[in-house]
Design a protein around this ligand. Structure first.
Ligand code: ZN
Length: 358
C-alpha cells in the first residue's frame, strides 16, 4: 500500500519534530551489568586466595638459598620473617617474606619480593598500569573512583598519582635512553628484520596530569566574555616566584612519596588543593611563554598572584595535619630533596618546556 507523502508545512513540522527530540541516557546499569559485577565481587576473595597460595609456593622454591650480599659477596644471614602486603588486582595480598642482612655492609633484602618483582606496601605492576590508563581519561580523584567501580580496588587519589608519576618517569627515562642510543654513532645498526613484535607506547602521566586551559576559568559575574585590555607589564619576579613555588611543592611531593605514609595519614583534600595550585603555577609558566595577545594577561596575573598568595597558608594547614612522626622527619627530607632538584624541573609538565619531553 502506498502511504501518501506529507507535503508543505505539515512535512516541515514533522521533520523539525524528528530533529529536536532529545536523546535519553539510560538511568542505571542493566540487569546483566549488575550480574557481571556481582560475580566479579563474589569471586575476588577466591582469586586473592589462589594468588596468595601461588606466592607461598614461590616462597618455598627459593627458601633454602641464602642470598649473597651485592656489596661484599658474603652469604647474608637470616634475620626474621615479617608479614608484608601489597595491593593487587583482587585486593590486598598478605604473605611473610624472609629478611636477610649483611651486618658489615648495613644491607638487607627480602629475596621473595625481589624474585616476584614487587614492593612491600605498594601497588602491583599490573594494577598500576590499569590505574594509569584511567588517569589518561580522568583527573586523579575520579580515576581512583573509577578504579573502585571498574576494578573493585580501593585506591586513594594519592596512590593513583604516585603510580602515574612513577610510570611516567619510567616511560620518559626509557625514551631518553633510546634517543641516547640512536644519537651515539657507536651503537650498532638494528636491521629492520629484527624489529620488535610489539610497540610500547609510553604514556607520560606527568604531561597528562595537567590539562592546560586555553582560556582562564574566571569571567565577568554576568558570564559575558571579558573585554580585551591593553597589554600590561608583568612583575619581573613573577617567573622566579612561580619556579620556586613549583620546586618547593615538587620537593614536598617527592619527600612524602619516600616516607611510606598510608593514604589515611595524609590529608587528601588538602593534598589535592596543593596539586591544583601546582597545576595553576605550571599553567602560569606556560602562559608567560605565549605570544602577547593570545591570553588575557590581566586575568592571568590576577589569578596567578592569588594562587601564589594561597600557598604558604595551605602548606601550614597541610603540614599540621600530618602524623607527628612525619612532622619530625619531613622538613629535613624535603630540604635535601629540594637541594637535589634542578631548576629545570620547575617546568615539569609545562607543554613545550618540559625537560623530559623537550
Ligand atoms: Zn655485605
Amino acid at each position: 500500500m502506498m502511504v501518501p507523502s506529507q507535503t508543505g508545512k505539515k512535512a516541515e513540522k514533522a521533520a523539525a519534530a524528528a530533529i529536536v527530540s532529545h536523546p535519553v541516557l539510560s538511568l542505571g546499569a542493566t540487569r546483566f551489568m549488575e550480574l557481571e559485577r556481582e560475580v566479579e565481587q563474589a569471586y575476588r576473595p577466591q582469586m586473592l586466595q589462589a594468588l596468595e597460595e601461588k606466592v607461598q609456593a614461590e616462597a618455598g622454591t627459593i627458601a633454602s638459598q641464602a642470598p649473597q650480599c651485592p656489596h661484599c659477596g658474603q652469604a647474608m644471614k637470616y634475620h626474621d620473617r615479617p608479614k608484608v602486603s601489597w595491593i593487587v588486582r583482587y585486593g590486598r595480598l598478605r604473605t611473610a617474606a624472609a629478611r636477610y642482612r649483611c651486618a658489615p655492609c648495613h644491607y638487607q633484602c627480602r629475596p621473595l619480593l625481589d624474585h616476584l618483582g614487587v614492593e612491600a606496601g605498594r601497588i602491583s605492576g599490573s594494577l598500576a598500569r590499569l590505574l594509569v590508563l584511567r588517569t589518561v581519561i580522568a583527573p586523579y580523584e575520579l580515576a581512583a573512583r573509577l578504579a573502585c567501580l571498574w576494578l573493585g580496588v580501593e585506591v586513594s587519589a594519592m596512590g593513583v598519582w604516585r603510580v602515574t608519576q612513577r610510570l611516567g618517569e619510567a616511560a620518559a627515562q626509557y625514551q631518553e635512553e633510546v634517543t641516547r642510543y640512536h644519537d651515539d654513532s657507536r651503537s650498532p645498526d638494528s636491521p629492520a628484520k629484527e624489529a620488535a613484535d610489539v610497540v610500547v607506547v609510553g604514556v607520560d602521566g606527568c604531561v597528562l596530569g595537567m590539562q592546560v586551559r586555553q582560556r582562564r576559568r574566571r569571567r565577568a559575574d554576568d558570564g559575558s566574555p571579558l573585554p580585551a585590555l591593553p597589554p600590561i607589564a608583568l612583575p619581573p619576579d613573577l617567573r622566579p616566584r612561580l619556579e620556586n613555588a613549583r620546586l618547593d611543592l615538587l620537593a614536598l611531593f617527592r619527600a612524602l612519596d619516600r616516607m611510606d605514609l598510608s593514604p589515611a595519614e595524609i590529608p587528601q583534600q588538602l593534598l589535592r588543593q596543593l596539586f591544583e595550585l601546582d597545576a595553576d603555577y605550571g599553567e602560569a609558566l606556560w602562559a608567560l611563554d605565549q605570544p602577547p595577545g593570545k591570553l588575557n594577561q590581566h586575568a592571568m596575573l590576577r589569578d596567578t598572584l592569588a594562587a601564589l598568595e594561597q600557598l604558604p597558608q595551605r602548606l601550614i594547614k597541610f603540614r599540621n595535619l600530618l602524623p607527628p612522626r612525619a612532622q619530625g622527619t619531613l622538613p629535613s627530607l624535603e630540604l635535601s630533596v629540594r637541594r637535589s632538584l634542578h631548576s629545570r624541573e620547575a617546568y615539569n609538565m609545562v607543554p613545550g618546556r618540559d625537560p623530559k619531553i623537550g
